[in-house]
Design a protein around this ligand. Structure first.
Ligand code: SF4
Length: 379
């Protein structure tokens, strides 16, 4: 079944919501009521317990024995935890059962004790964006929904040890991988994370990002999910966008915008796109003109994210003057902007860097860091 498959062949409880648990047990001839399924899911996923023996209101013994015999409940192995004292970002590197490494980042929000979690959706990534370490690793495999939820649980449990009152308030799929390249598992993970018996994060506080896979954006709109969607645009000029985001060679800007119209029609409000701002590259008059023509009639918000590095290929961060000029001209066109902070650079905390460093130690080739557009700054 979707989301639950493990290397042992036993399904994992982290991939299930209560109705899924009822169905999975029924398929194995075990009866479980709705109330029992809610208590079991909340016990494992919401409260991080590993044994039904600690359940406050015990379930029937045959059901307890069946659940313990049928389902996996173990989480991921925490390999490394790195805190950046400058900005409070905490980066986690997890090892999966098959040895794969993925990352998650805990990001402090303005209100003390509240955090957003940046989650990975794949091991590596096939999209090969020009400014990204993960893209250089290539795609190894998709994550199962339960593995994504297990990363959430690992961070949540670590937070509870450090700060018992702390709470993970939101989640963003902006770590390793292209979430819509693993659509079914990511949507299932988001559903478990937002379930009252799962991660207990409100649906509106979960953000899924994509580089612009048009069929999946259309499917997302048609299915009517209420998670937030962000499309990585970075350039509206076709040739430049294809260079920076190779997937753009497959889906033209106009097609992406058309798919976004369907999202906007369903959700209302402004469509949000991410824009990795590179000094001297993607803030000129040609970009403004392309935005004007391509997004005509689409209410737009641009999340501006500083590119993470100065690199051998000449990529550099935009100066304050360049950014202010671009923002001013966007505002004059009626486009809202938010500046997002790409955090944790000092401690290998940008996405892909810890995995890249571990890959380097194992002989693979690392690259520089990609972005995470996560914390709001003044433009
Ligand atoms: S930026 Fe995201 S989609 Fe692009 S290569 Fe990196 S992980 Fe993949």
């Amino acid at each position: 079944m979707l989301g639950e498959e493990t290397t042992s062949g036993r399904p994992h409880l982290f991939g299930l919501r209560p109705p899924d648990l009822v169905a999975a047990l029924a398929a194995r001839g075990v009866e479980c009521t709705d109330a029992e399924s809610r208590r079991i899911c909340a016990h494992f996923v919401s409260h991080g317990q590993t044994s039904l023996r600690t359940l406050r209101r015990p379930v029937r013994r045959p059901l307890r024995e069946a659940v313990e015999a049928i389902f996996e409940r173990e989480g991921l192995t925490l390999v490394e935890r790195v805190r950046d004292d400058d900005d409070g970002f905490v980066k986690y590197l997890f090892r999966h059962a098959d040895g794969a490494l993925t990352e998650a980042v805990r990001i402090p929000l303005e209100r003390a004790g509240r955090y957003t979690l940046c989650l990975s959706s794949q091991v590596g990534c096939a999209m090969r964006c020009g400014f990204c370490a993960t893209g250089a690793l290539g795609l190894r495999r998709n994550l199962r929904a339960w593995e994504i939820v297990a990363a959430f649980a690992g961070v949540r449990d670590d937070l509870a040890r450090e700060h018992p009152e702390g709470r993970i308030h939101g989640a963003v799929f902006m770590g390793q991988g292209e979430p819509f390249h693993n659509y079914d598992e990511v949507v299932r993970a988001a559903q478990v994370l937002s379930d009252p018996c799962g991660g207990r994060i409100t649906q509106e506080a979960i953000t899924i990002s994509t580089v612009g896979l048009v069929p999946q954006i259309r499917r997302y709109a048609a299915e009517g999910h209420v998670f937030r969607l962000i499309v990585s645009m970075t350039s509206a000029v076709a040739e430049r966008r294809s260079t920076l985001l190779p997937v753009a060679g497959r889906f033209a800007v106009a097609e992406v915008v058309d798919a976004l119209r369907a999202v906007q029609a369903r959700h209302g409000g402004r469509v949000t796109v991410a824009w990795v701002l590179m000094g001297g590259v993607n803030h000129g008059e040609d970009e403004l003109e392309a935005l004007r023509t391509q997004f005509e009639g689409v209410p737009l918000r641009i999340n501006l994210i500083d590119v993470n590095r100065w690199a051998e290929d000449g990529t550099r961060r935009a100066t304050d003057e360049e950014r202010h000029d671009f923002v001013g001209r966007l505002h004059a066109m009626g486009i809202a902007t938010q500046r997002r902070y790409s955090g944790g650079r000092n401690k290998h905390a940008a996405c892909g860097m810890l995995a890249a460093r571990h890959e380097e130690q194992m002989g693979a080739v690392p690259r520089e860091a990609p972005f995470q557009g996560l914390v709001e700054l003044d433009a």
